[in-house]
Design a protein around this ligand. Structure first.
Ligand SMILES: [Zn+2]
Length: 142
């Protein structure tokens, strides 16, 4: 999660909403990324999507069976769906997102009958640090 937090800080430095994500496979970090929606003019370039794409490229598979995702903010519905489709084993996330989350808030995608694979979810992993990075970012923008 420390590496995900570092990715979040680097995203903030690029002017992106500071969210960072890391994929761990067989005990090793295989990919890490931050939000790149502004840089790429791509609303789907959330940290989770970027890191899943990169991890799949490295593994050479469309699925990441047995891999774990660390992300600093509760994934939105789009990212929760991608996590499910990628068959990730575990999801560790930092801060809860009552406004935009889709895991423990909003649609709670993993609990829906249309969700065919749900990872084990661990919330509030370094949640305070993750929330602090977001708070600082938005405070500076006001
Ligand atoms: Zn997302």
């Amino acid at each position: 999660m420390d590496l995900a937090l570092e990715e979040a800080r680097m995203a903030a430095a690029r002017g992106e909403v500071p969210v960072g994500a890391v994929v761990v496979f067989n005990g090793e970090v295989i990919a890490s990324a931050g939000n790149r929606t502004r840089e790429l003019n791509d609303v789907t370039a959330h940290a989770e999507i970027v890191v899943i794409r990169e991890a799949c490229r490295i593994v050479g598979d469309e699925r990441l069976i047995g891999a774990d995702l660390y992300v600093t903010l509760e994934p939105c519905t789009m990212c929760a769906t991608a996590i499910s489709f990628a068959r990730l084993r575990r999801l560790y996330y930092g801060a809860e997102d009552p406004k935009g989350g889709g895991v423990d808030n909003g649609v709670r995608f993993f609990s829906q009958p249309t969700c065919h694979h749900a990872p084990d979810v661990y919330s509030d992993i370094s949640g305070q640090s993750a929330a602090e990075i977001l708070r600082e970012f938005f405070a500076e923008r006001r």
